[in-house]
Design a binder for this molecule. Structure first.
Ligand code: L34
Length: 296
């Protein structure tokens, strides 16, 4: 079998044009959805993601407030900035790009964001609400994965899903979303990680494999069954002297090998990445809609 490509860029573009219409309707009611973007330090990958997020806001008519802080910024300064945005009615979402420098306590920072403006879905209140099936801001990358699957017509109900990776940003929340008793869940989920005895034994029986380990070639052809759906969450920069930038992007999946066996596969770039950004816009628009309702 040769896999068809799930075009994340296209799905993202479709969702962004739906969101653009919502933004126009909100603006007609006097509210422009606003996102505060906070980046601490100068990690080049983080810088490029944050720039892409701000551009995406502008493209659909949203407001964004750009904050690029030096690597030496203190935890207290960062917490004060978050507090100011918590109190700012023009801001409906606050994004603190991760990872943060080592001298800043990430848990403390995520707790400081008002859960009603936590458009990353990382505050423990939102994580808890998600786990018990209440309305919550869903974290952007796993929510993007679910949307890609649904919009590609992949049946989730009863599907065997194997996730490789147990991070707080992707593996853990994705597993939770997919086991929910709802149209966007109802799957049977296994989460593999660095202490799993035999990862291939699990992935080989999966209808859907999600690679989110942060390491190239984590999922190879002999690890997937014929006709599986393979979602690659990895974004790894590998040195490549033949490229202008000196590197190229690869996912966690051996794309060439796996695409000979899978039925559907996401590429890197152009798969999950654009959806992560789109779901951030989605959550911020949702937050602005909720703000209008609670105001009146
Ligand atoms: N707070 N921190 C917070 N929220 C997030 O949702 C993230 N994440 C992850 C890292 N830290 C975060 C992102 O934004 C990963 N991530 C992210 C966002 C966008 C892309 C990749 C990861 C993306 O756009 N990827 C493009 C290629 C980009 C490039 O050329 O460098 C793609 O097509 O995959």
């Amino acid at each position: 079998m040769t896999a068809a490509i799930i075009d994340g860029k296209q799905v993202a573009a479709d969702m962004r044009s739906e969101l653009k219409e919502k933004v126009a309707r909100l603006k007609a009611r006097g509210v422009t959805p606003g996102l505060a973007v906070i980046l601490v330090g100068d990690d080049p990958a983080s810088r490029s993601y944050v720039t892409a997020k701000e551009k995406a806001c502008a493209d659909i008519g949203m407001h964004s407030a750009d904050n690029r802080l030096g690597a030496e910024t203190s935890e207290a300064e960062l917490l004060a900035l978050i507090d100011a945005y918590n109190a700012d009615p023009a801001i409906h979402g606050i994004l603190v790009q991760l990872p943060l420098p080592d001298h800043i306590d990430e848990d403390k920072v995520l707790l400081a964001v008002d859960p009603d403006k936590d458009v990353d879905g990382f505050h423990p209140v939102n994580v808890g609400r998600m786990v018990v099936g209440q309305d919550a801001f869903l974290p952007c990358t796993p929510h993007g994965v679910v949307q890609l699957l649904l919009r590609s017509g992949v049946e989730l109900s009863g599907a065997e899903v194997v996730i490789v990776g147990r991070s707080n940003i992707v593996g853990k929340p994705l597993a939770n979303m997919l086991i929910q008793k709802s149209d966007t869940g109802n799957a049977t989920v296994t989460v593999c990680h660095t202490r799993t005895k035999n990862i291939a034994e699990h992935t080989r029986r999966a209808d859907i494999v999600v690679a989110a380990a942060g390491r190239p070639n984590t999922v190879t052809a002999e690890m997937v069954k014929d006709g599986a759906v393979v979602i690659d969450v990895g974004v790894n920069r590998v040195e490549d002297a033949s490229k202008k930038k000196g590197y190229r992007l690869v996912g966690d999946v051996d794309f060439e090998g796996v695409s000979k066996k899978a039925r559907l596969i996401t590429p890197v770039p152009g798969g999950v990445g654009p959806m992560t950004i789109t779901m951030l816009l989605y959550n911020t628009v949702l937050s602005a809609e909720i703000a209008i309702c609670t105001e009146s």
